[in-house]
Design a protein around this ligand. Sequence first.
Ligand code: TPP
Ligand code: MG
Length: 283
Amino acid sequence: MVNLKMRDLTVFAADIRKQLLIELRNFGFGHLGGSMSIVELLAVLYGSELKHNPKEPNWSERDFLILSKGHAGPAWYAALALEGYFPIEELLTLNKPYTNLPSHPDRLKTIGVDMTSGSLGQGPSVAAGLCEGFKLQNKDNYVYVVVGDGELNEGQPWEAFQYIASRNLNHCIVFIDENKKQLDGTTDEIVKSFDFVNKMRAFGFNSFRVDGKHTQTILEGIRKAKGFSQKPTCIVLETIKGQGVKHFEDIVLNHVVRFNNDDVKATDEALVELDSIIYGGKE
Ligand SMILES: Cc1ncc(C[n+]2csc(CCOP(=O)(O)OP(=O)(O)O)c2C)c(N)n1
Ligand SMILES: [Mg+2]
């Protein structure tokens, strides 16, 4: 773990990815692909843009993160642990009996988690309610929602988006993780997504696309979103399922990875590389 005060966002992303890989390798299998694709986003949120306080998780002025694609919980837990919500060692209990870190987030178990998720399609509806509540109270908390591109095959998010935009809930920022894959194939093979940017514009959002593989481009996107005062914003993140480790990016069906010998070897090699980013060669 790096000294949090000294880190930059790229280093923080490397640290999150490292802890995520350790978690999944330790359990032996898990939702690797869609966890890896939001690592850079989590680094920017927890490292810079999301107002929060690990010492006071229920702080009323905090921003909310709604991880609607709840199967990416293991990435979120890595970020929360590194931020100090719970000890890093707890990551090794992922998905085990009596853990506080079930494979899908549970707000009654994990400190720092505000919405239980895993059943896809529900996050934007909860975000709509939160944003509406903050608006009624004249509060300026932001609500960040992360949805998957496959998840948007569901109908419920589109009802919520329409509501969020029609109420001008401009403190809602939606991220679509456009990794172009879902559970058992590409989104094109299963149900085509068409152009999310145009679709979200048609639903009343400011909408644009950024490279979701780099913290800097994500950071610029969020800062731009915060500059809009009239409408909510959707940022379509161009990502890769398995992002950040070539071996895992290249596995065609990498939604869930069951670690075989090759995967363990690739993880060991990736951890060495990640450590060189984290410690800058001086461990
Ligand atoms: C309502 C519901 N239907 C189906 C599933 C099973 N499921 C879990 S993840 C997933 C694919 C999601 O794809 P995507 O949103 O693209 O996620 P990512 O690529 O970011 O992992 C499916 C179908 C579920 N969790 N909830
Ligand atoms: Mg996807």
